[in-house]
Design a protein around this ligand. Structure first.
Ligand code: MN
Length: 744
C-alpha cells in the first residue's frame, strides 16, 4: 500500500518529514531484535497505520500516527519486544478507531498478529464504561487475554505509558481519571511483570497528576539536594571502583535516586521527613561477566565493598540464589558509608540489570545463554497458570475479585517448602491455609492444621521464608466463613467463597421447601411474585438469601404474617429501593448551580456523612462519594480507598469543601514513637489535655526494650489545630516521631 501522495500544503510536507523521521528512529530502536525480512513487515504495518489514521489528530493537534509509532518504540526499546509486537503496536488502534477490520489485519499480517490486535481492541474500552460491574468484568477479560498471549498486556502497558507521558493536553477530570486508573491497575501489573522502569515512571506520572503539590515539592527538594548527593556518591564510589579495576572487573558504578513516588510514600505513610530518609538513593554496581561466573563474581564484588564499608547484617538480600517471582535478581546490602550514613548497595550483572529494568521479555532473550533459566521461566508460567485458575473458576463479585487480585500483584514474596523439599512462592503474610490452597483446592478445603518445621500450628499461622510446611487434612473438614478473615491469597479467597456459596445453595434449597410449607399453612400462594415481595419487604438482596435465612430459622411465621398484612392493605404499596442511577441523578439535581458541596453549611439540602474509613476533619482535602442509602460520604483525597473510588466510580464523585466558621470537634488519631523515658507519657498527655484543652477519647501506650509506641484518639477542630498539636508533641523529650493516623 502506498503512502498518501505528498501533500500540497507546505506544513503537511513538514509533518510528513517528521513522521518519517520518527519512523526511522523506531527502526533504529528495534534493530537489535530484527531478523531478515522483518524490516519489510514493519514498513508494511507502518504504511497501513499511516493511511488508516491519516485524517486523525491527537488532542495536542499532532498527527495521530505519532502515537502508534511511540508505542511501538516503547515496546522495542523499553520492553525489548520483537517484530510481531512492534507490528501490533503500530496497528493497535486501527481496528477500533478506523475502517480497518480484523479480517483485513488477518489477511495482511496473519493469524498471530490478528489475535493480539483482537485482544488489544477488546480491552481498550475497559474503563470507558459507566457502570462499575462492566468495568470489572472487562478487567477480568483483560487478564484472561493476558494469560493467552502476554504480549497483549505488554503492548497495552506501552500504550498506557505513552498516554501518561502526553497527559498534559487532557482536561483536568480526564487527567485525574486516567492517572488514578494507572496507579490502581497498570503500575501493579507492570510491577508483577517485572517491568521496573515502566512501573516507576507510571507511578511518578500518576502522582504528578493526582497529588501535584506533593510531587512538585519532592521534585524540587531532590533537585536542591543533588550537588551534595553527587559529592557524597563520588567519595563513596572512588575507592571501590579503583579496586574493581585492579581486579580486572568491567564494571559500571553509579548512584541512583529513588523514585519520587517511593519517597512520597515514605513521607506520607512512615511519617518521616524528606531530610530524614537515609536511602534516598542507592549505589548500583553492574558488572559485565560471563554467565557461568555471574553469582560468584557478584559475591566477590560484595566482598570488596564490605572491605571498605561495614555491612548491616540485617539488611543483606540475596535475590541471586532465590530470584523474586517477577524475575528480579540482585544482591542488596546496606553499609555504613563515610560520614556515618547508611547506604544501600545493589550488585548485579548486565544481564540481571536488563531483566530488572525490562522484565520478563528481556529475560526470554537470554533463554539459551543462561543455564538454570528454565526454573525462572516456569515461574512466570506458574503465575499465569494461577491467574487463569482464579479467573476461570471465580463466580464472586468481579469488583471484590479485582481488589483481592490487585493485593497479590504488589505483595512481596516468601519462599516456603513442602515436606519433600519442593519450593513454593507465596505472597508475604500468607498463612498455612493459603499454602494448603496453593497445593490443591481439595487440600485447602479439608485442611485442619499444619506442621511448620515439625511443630503443630493453627490454620491461621503466618508463614515465613524458609519454613517447611506439612498440611494436615480431615475428610470431615469443611470451609468456614471465618477463614476469609485470615487468608491473603486471591486463590484461597476465591476457592473458599465458592465453597461457601455452594454450601449456602444447599441450605437455601432446604429453606425453600420449608418456606413453601409455611406459605401453605398461611394459605398464601407460593408464587415467584409473592416470594419477591417478601424478599423486598425484608430488604434482602436475593431470593436465595431469603431461603437461606428461613432454613437457619432467622425468618419465622411472624415475619410472613406481618408482610402479608401489609400486602393486603390496598393503600400502601411495597416501597422499592431507589436505584443508584436515581440517587445520583437526584443528588446532582439538588446540587445544580453550586460548584461544590459545602460541608458544615447548615443551608445545604444534601445529606452527607464523614466517612469513618479516613475520618476527614476540616482543612483536609476532601471529596464526596454518592452512596445509595446514606447520601454523600465525605472522604479525604488521601483516603486509602480514594484511588479505587475515583478510577472505578468517577460518575459518583462530587466536589466538596469545608465551610469556614464551623466550630465542632472531629475525631482524629495520632501515633507517637520514642524512647521510653520517665515521665514521658505524663508529658504527652499533659500537652494534649491541659495546654490546648483538647478532648481525648482514648490513649494506649506500649513499651518494649526501651522504646515506646503510643496511639491517641482525640477530638480536634481542624487540621491547623491538629498540626499545631503534633508540632508541640514532637518537642517533648524522648519523642522521635509523631504522625497522624486514621482512627480505625
Ligand atoms: Mn493507543
Amino acid at each position: 500500500m502506498a503512502t498518501k501522495p505528498s501533500g500540497v500544503i507546505i506544513d503537511l510536507e513538514a509533518e510528513r518529514k517528521e513522521i518519517l523521521k520518527r519512523y526511522r528512529a523506531l527502526l533504529k530502536a528495534s534493530r537489535r531484535q530484527l531478523e531478515k525480512g522483518d524490516k519489510q513487515i514493519i514498513r508494511k504495518a507502518f504504511d497501513v497505520a499511516l493511511e488508516a489514521h491519516k485524517d486523525m489528530r491527537r488532542k495536542t493537534g499532532e498527527p495521530y500516527i505519532y502515537h502508534p509509532i511511540a508505542v511501538a518504540q516503547i515496546c522495542a526499546e523499553e520492553i525489548g519486544l520483537g517484530t510481531t509486537s512492534i507490528v501490533c503496536a503500530l496497528l493497535h488502534d486501527t481496528v477500533e478507531d478506523t475502517d480497518i477490520t480484523l479480517d483485513d489485519v488477518r489477511g495482511m499480517f496473519g493469524e498471530k498478529v490478528a489475535k493480539i490486535i483482537d485482544g488489544l481492541t477488546k480491552i481498550s474500552g475497559v474503563f470507558d464504561q459507566q457502570t462499575n460491574s462492566i468495568q470489572a468484568e472487562n478487567f477480568r477479560k483483560m487478564l484472561l487475554t493476558l494469560s493467552d498471549d502476554i504480549r497483549v498486556i505488554l503492548i497495552k502497558l506501552a500504550d498506557r505509558l505513552h498516554n501518561m507521558r502526553t497527559l498534559e493536553s487532557m482536561k483536568r477530570d480526564k487527567q485525574l481519571k486516567i492517572a488514578s486508573e494507572t496507579m490502581y491497575l497498570y503500575a501493579p501489573l507492570a510491577h508483577r511483570l517485572g517491568l521496573n522502569a515502566i512501573k516507576t515512571e507510571l507511578e511518578d506520572l500518576g502522582l504528578k497528576y493526582t497529588e501535584t503539590e506533593e510531587y512538585d515539592d519532592i521534585a524540587l527538594k531532590l533537585k536542591e539536594t543533588e550537588p551534595e548527593r553527587k559529592r557524597f556518591i563520588q567519595k563513596f564510589i572512588l575507592p571501590i571502583s579503583e579496586i574493581l579495576k585492579e581486579q580486572g572487573f568491567k564494571a559500571r558504578i553509579f548512584g541512583r535516586p529513588k523514585s519520587i513516588y517511593s519517597i512520597y510514600n515514605k513521607v506520607r505513610f512512615k511519617g518521616v521527613r524528606f531530610e530524614e530518609i537515609y536511602d534516598i538513593f542507592a549505589i548500583r554496581i553492574i558488572i559485565d561477566t560471563p554467565s557461568e561466573r555471574e553469582k560468584s563474581d557478584c559475591w566477590r564484588v560484595y566482598s570488596i565493598v564490605t572491605d571498605f564499608y561495614h555491612p548491616n547484617p540485617d539488611r543483606l538480600r540475596d535475590w541471586i540464589s532465590t530470584p523474586r517471582a517477577n524475575g528480579y535478581e540482585s544482591l542488596h546490602t546496606t553499609v555504613m558509608g563515610p560520614d556515618g550514613k547508611w547506604v544501600e548497595v545493589q550488585i548485579r550483572t548486565e544481564r540481571m540489570d536488563e531483566v530488572a529494568e525490562k522484565g520478563y521479555a528481556a529475560h526470554w532473550k537470554y533463554k539459551d545463554a543462561v543455564t538454570g533459566v528454565e526454573s525462572k521461566e516456569s515461574q512466570l508460567e506458574e503465575w499465569l497458570r494461577k491467574i487463569r485458575d482464579v479467573l476461570e473458576s471465580t463466580e464472586e463479585n468481579a469488583l471484590d475479585f479485582i481488589d483481592d487480585f490487585k493485593l497479590n500483584l504488589f505483595a512481596e514474596e516468601i519462599f516456603v517448602f513442602t515436606p519433600k523439599g519442593e519450593m513454593r512462592t507465596l505472597p508475604i503474610d500468607s498463612t498455612a491455609l493459603d499454602f494448603a490452597f496453593d497445593i490443591h483446592t481439595k487440600v485447602g478445603e479439608s485442611c485442619i492444621g499444619a506442621k511448620v518445621n515439625h511443630k503443630l500450628v493453627p490454620l491461621s499461622h503466618s508463614l515465613k521464608s524458609g519454613d517447611q510446611v506439612e498440611i494436615l487434612t480431615s475428610k470431615k473438614q469443611q470451609p468456614k466463613e471465618d477463614w476469609l478473615n485470615f487468608v491473603v491469597t486471591a486463590r484461597a479467597k476465591s476457592k473458599i467463597k465458592a465453597a461457601l456459596k455452594e454450601e449456602k445453595r444447599k441450605v437455601a434449597e432446604e429453606g425453600r421447601e420449608l418456606l413453601e410449607r409455611k406459605f401453605e399453612h398461611q394459605k398464601i400462594e407460593f408464587t415467584v411474585q409473592n416470594i419477591n415481595e417478601l424478599q423486598m419487604y425484608l430488604r434482602l438482596p436475593s431470593a436465595q438469601e431469603l431461603f437461606y435465612r428461613v432454613a437457619k430459622g432467622a425468618i419465622s411465621v411472624k415475619h410472613i404474617k406481618a408482610w402479608h398484612k401489609e400486602k393486603l392493605k390496598p393503600t400502601k404499596t411495597a416501597k422499592n429501593e431507589p436505584s443508584l442511577e436515581q440517587v445520583v441523578k437526584e443528588i446532582r439535581g439538588k446540587k445544580a448551580g453550586e460548584d461544590a458541596l459545602v460541608i458544615g453549611d447548615n443551608l445545604t439540602k444534601i445529606e452527607y456523612k464523614l466517612s469513618p474509613c479516613c475520618n476527614p476533619i476540616p482543612g483536609d482535602d476532601v471529596f464526596g462519594f454518592i452512596t445509595i442509602n446514606e447520601g454523600i460520604k465525605i472522604h479525604r483525597v488521601t483516603c486509602p480507598n480514594a484511588l479505587q473510588m475515583m478510577s472505578n466510580y468517577a460518575y459518583r464523585i462530587v466536589k466538596a469543601r469545608w465551610t469556614q466558621q464551623e466550630q465542632i470537634s472531629f475525631l482524629a488519631g495520632i501515633h507517637i514513637t520514642g524512647i521510653d523515658e520517665v515521665g514521658l507519657v505524663n508529658n504527652v498527655t499533659k500537652i494534649i489535655s491541659s495546654e490546648l484543652s483538647v478532648n481525648m477519647r482514648s490513649l494506649s501506650f506500649d513499651t518494649k526494650d526501651g522504646t515506646f509506641e503510643g496511639t491517641i484518639m482525640l477530638f480536634v477542630h481542624d487540621t491547623m489545630h491538629l498540626t499545631e498539636l503534633i508540632k508541640k508533641l514532637r518537642k517533648v523529650n524522648g519523642v522521635i516521631a509523631v504522625t497522624r493516623i486514621n482512627p480505625n
